[in-house]
Design a protein around this ligand. Structure first.
Ligand code: SAH
Length: 371
């Protein structure tokens, strides 16, 4: 693995980011500067089609306007701090600093044809899952819609070849093909900003990624699952289950006390009845904790009535934490039991372990270094 320092300790300017504006808001801002409205559409295209990060790249704008814009606005609110690259160069993680000094992580994974981006929705997280690195620092704050969108635009630019830094083994086509909200934070706990971002990312007039190529992963905030069912956008839903019963799940995922397994599964049932979509359950296997054949059978029996799929996640060990990954043989056995009992299941590819690509691990390491 390699860690590349991307910037000295520069802080993004505290000016407002254009990424926090909708097109009508951007148009109003441009008109306020005494400019014709069509300039807003030009700026919009530069940002969402060409991923520019500097007003001087907007070559069809008058120089004076570029200067005025740069005095009042920034484009991206993210300053990249480090890039960690796996030795196979197929996974990388960038740590970004925000204007107020908070940091967030984004991971890019290259598969055969897919380029999947794992993005963060909050700086930190309030959910307190006992096995998760992000949980350990608690919640700092919600990300703005612009801060969420900016993570995608950064990598869109990177993949398009415009970021002049040591590149990954990238083959064409070089565009972001999939996005998962599985980085830091609980997306349903920052519902409003996350959905502004998702609409921008799927808007054919903006970033324009197909909604079916985006997955939102939640710890299981039931009212928000019901709300998502009414959004009318084909974003895929993944639910972090990790245990088939309340006693075990509450010990891993404390929010289970408020939204217990039976209620959560009923919410998923409502969701798939309304949207006709198959829901993914994530199940991170921890040795001796939630990986026994009995628990696999219990899980299968509870999930069989649902339109669902189980994604078994090899556990990513966290320094200082007692949780350990299940062996490959026991993982295969767990998956077999689910399948034999009629529940489709797959094991997630293990990626990024050597670069601490698990949720919150890089930020945690950076904070430890700084302390
Ligand atoms: N808050 C959301 C999304 C962020 S985490 C959620 O809970 O779904 C994305 C997934 O990674 C979740 O399923 C989470 O439980 C899991 N996860 C967290 N820490 C992990 C670890 N150390 N190893 C494996 N999976 C982990």
């Amino acid at each position: 693995m390699a860690e590349i320092r991307l910037q000295a300790n520069t802080q993004p300017k505290t000016l407002s980011s254009l990424l926090d504006l909708s097109l009508p808001e951007l148009t109003a801002a441009v008109v306020e500067l005494g400019q014709p409205a069509y300039r807003a559409r030009q700026i919009w295209q530069w940002i969402y089609r060409h991923f520019v990060v500097d007003f001087d790249e907007m070559t069809n704008l008058p120089q004076g306007l570029r200067r005025t814009l740069a005095e009042e606005w920034i484009i991206s609110p993210l300053a990249p701090v480090t890039r960690n690259l796996s030795s196979a160069a197929d996974t990388q993680k960038v740590l970004f600093r925000l204007a107020d000094g908070q940091t967030v992580e984004t991971v890019l994974m290259l598969y055969d044809r897919r380029r999947t981006l794992c993005i963060s929705s909050q700086a930190g997280c309030a959910m307190g899952c006992t096995f998760c690195a992000t949980a350990q620092g608690g919640l700092a704050r919600n990300l703005t819609a612009g801060e969420i969108v900016a993570q995608v635009l950064y990598f869109a630019r990177y993949l398009a070849g415009a970021v002049a830094e040591p590149a990954m083994a990238v083959e064409r086509p070089t565009a972001v093909t999939n996005i998962v909200l599985m980085g830091m934070g609980e997306p349903m706990h920052n519902y409003r900003n996350v959905w502004v971002a998702l609409r921008r990312l799927t808007d054919p007039g903006a970033f324009g990624l197909g909604a079916r190529h985006i997955t939102l992963s939640t710890v299981g905030l039931i009212p928000m699952i019901d709300r998502m069912a009414g959004e009318g956008l084909q974003i895929a839903l993944a639910v972090s289950l990790h245990a088939p019963n309340d006693a075990l799940r509450s010990s891993l995922v404390p929010i289970n006390e408020r939204y217990p397994v039976a209620d959560l599964l009923a919410a998923v049932q409502r969701y798939s009845e309304k949207t006709h979509r198959r829901v993914t359950f994530e199940y991170a296997l921890m040795r001796g904790v939630n990986d026994s054949p009995e628990l696999a059978a219990e899980l299968a029996d509870r999930l069989r009535p649902l339109l669902c799929h189980v994604n078994v996640i090899p556990f990513n060990p966290i320094p200082g934490s007692p949780f350990q990954p299940t062996s490959d043989a026991d993982t295969a056995r767990f998956v077999d039991i689910l399948r034999q009992r009629g529940v489709p299941a797959t094991v997630r590819l293990r990626r990024g372990v050597e670069i601490n690509a698990g949720c919150g691990q890089l930020r945690q390491a950076a904070q430890r270094k700084a302390a």
